[in-house]
Design a protein around this ligand. Structure first.
Ligand SMILES: [Zn+2]
Length: 330
């Protein structure tokens, strides 16, 4: 099997020759930037550099992925947020919200900000890396809403102005769907909405169920009905919403090390597939290759479908640790 076929099959819960070692979350590292000559922050705005850095960990360590972009700010910026583009080891971040959130999705949304860059980079990956799974990450609806009106504001409005929250969330979901459609058309095989702001660490499971879940359902439907594979990533200890996440309709869920793989399997059953859950901060960034191998072997034994970092790879992660993750899968 090619890495592409192996990863796509594993995400869909189909038979594979072995568990793939991949990443559905951010993959840019400083060592890779230096080795292949594609650097942050330029790679956030240059499609060629974005594509090459997105495939770099396959070239340098055998990680079965071509994954772009390297931040969760692309749609936010296109909808009027101010973004600090960061440095070679600091990701872009939202530093300012529009005075008023948009009351509808602008007609030129797909031509705004860095959206054309990500679409172009996806097309480059499609041409240059036929054997790698082409994955594109994006802010999920609730995280995008948090970018547009500020997370604290959003949490306050959840209590006092629920209708206004629902309105903004509706526009964010529309943005997500339009963006996902364009990415799939450009050659993205896997769409990965990341919705960290919807984690039980930040919002109640009850609100997740009533407000976020229906929107994620629309998004999952839009992705899968166009032949895309959908992977939902929510950070933190998501045990309390795991069952709800499984009901949304994504092919796979990407989870952190806070979630026990065997326990999660017991809750959701064989589908959706589980992706993760090697600690990106403790093990991959700060640990020794031997620790990476041990943690990876444990995840495989517990039934993980795709071996991967539990969250975005830290930019200063050593290459040996990525190689150890790959070793553990072969
Ligand atoms: Zn995460």
């Amino acid at each position: 099997m090619t890495p592409r076929d192996r990863v796509l099959a594993a995400l869909k819960g189909e038979e594979v020759d072995r568990i793939p070692a991949s990443a559905v979350t951010q993959v840019g590292t400083v060592v890779a930037m230096e080795k292949i000559g594609a650097y942050w922050p330029a790679a956030h705005s240059d499609p060629e550099q974005m594509a090459e850095l997105g495939a770099s960990l396959y070239k340098l360590a055998g990680l079965e992925t071509a994954r772009i972009p390297f931040c969760l700010t692309v749609q936010a910026e296109a909808l009027g947020c101010k973004v600090n583009i960061g440095t070679n080891d600091r990701q872009p971040s939202v530093v300012g919200h529009p005075a008023m959130p948009p009351d509808q999705l602008p007609d030129n949304f797909l031509n705004s900000g860095r959206i054309p860059v990500v679409i172009k980079a996806t097309e480059i990956l499609r041409k240059s890396y036929p054997d790698l799974p082409k994955m594109v990450g994006m802010e999920g609806p609730f995280t995008l809403a948090g970018h547009l009106i500020g997370i604290e504001n959003l949490m306050m409005m959840m209590i006092r102005q629920r209708d206004a929250v629902l309105r903004v969330l509706g526009i964010c979901t529309k943005a997500n769907i339009e963006y996902a459609k364009a990415l799939i058309e450009a050659g993205a095989e896997v769409a990965v909405p990341c919705d960290p702001t919807a984690s039980p660490d930040l919002m109640s499971p009850k609100d997740f169920s009533s407000i976020v879940k229906p929107r994620l359902k629309e998004l999952a439907q839009a992705i899968t009905s166009r032949g895309g594979v959908g992977v939902l990533h929510i950070c933190g200890g998501v045990q309390k919403i795991l069952k709800e996440m499984a009901e949304v309709g994504f092919d796979a869920l990407s989870i952190e090390e806070k979630v026990d793989v065997a326990a999660a399997k017991a809750v959701i059953g064989p589908r959706p597939a589980l992706v993760g859950n090697i600690s990106a901060a403790k093990t991959l960034f700060l640990g020794k290759p031997e620790q990476v191998r041990e943690e990876a072997k444990r995840a495989i034994a517990a039934g993980i479908n795709v071996l991967a970092p539990g969250c975005g790879i830290a930019p200063r992660t050593p290459l040996e640790n990525i190689r150890a993750l790959v070793d553990a899968s072969t």
